[in-house]
Write a protein that binds this ligand. Sequence first.
Ligand SMILES: [Zn+2]
Length: 263
Amino acid sequence: MIFIDSHAHILRSLYSKDLEREIEIIERENFFKINDVGFDIESSKEALEIAERSVNFFATVGIHPEELVHFKEGDINLIEELGRKNKVIAIGETGLDYYNNDVALELQRDIFSRQIEIAKSLNIPVIIHSREAFDDTMCIIKEIGYNNAVFHSFDYRLMEVKSVLDFDCSVSFSGMLTFKKRGDLREVAEYIPLENVLFETDSPYLSPEPLRGRKNRPQNVKYIYEFFARLRGIDIEVLCERVLQNFKGRFKKAYIEEEQCSK
Ligand SMILES: [Zn+2]
């Protein structure tokens, strides 16, 4: 069985001396594929560097809405340049965060739009961070007409997921799905068609139950798979295979080489 962590931040700034050990364990166990996600220029470069030397890692490059306080005009070109690298499979995380964020809404919307345009021109998905900004998020992706998108660490309810599914985007569940008080997310998980599902740890944040409060790591994605499988009454192996196909279908660039080899 292969478990996919569709969104984690395995970076030196967040793991310091433990980083190399974490990467080594993933490489040795060989059960996990990780999409290592940047949130600014430095972390995006680092995610790429790790993906280039580790077979089980891919990279996603982009600027998070909360990181826009440091935004410089040249950053957009740098993201586009990084986006062309072989092991970069998506643009993100980018999006809108209207919760407790000092960055002007106008700037958030502008840089989100420009990163979607980059994803569109490179024909790779965009990984969306959206918090308390659902209507504007949908409005922007619909205006650009780009639905090759993943809503990461999905944090909306049934009503919202229906619009996401109508536009045929993927929904990635984090450890929040396992939190006692998140019955609203479990309602979404019970409703969603399996073809639209991905899972993620968002490491080092959001450790799932029963590890809540500890530093998260990609292997813990297993707990989210198991939780979802129980909730839906499906076999874990069937779920793993389904999610692997979902990941391959969405992140096509991750599997281009594999396809070329089998031809
Ligand atoms: Zn994240």
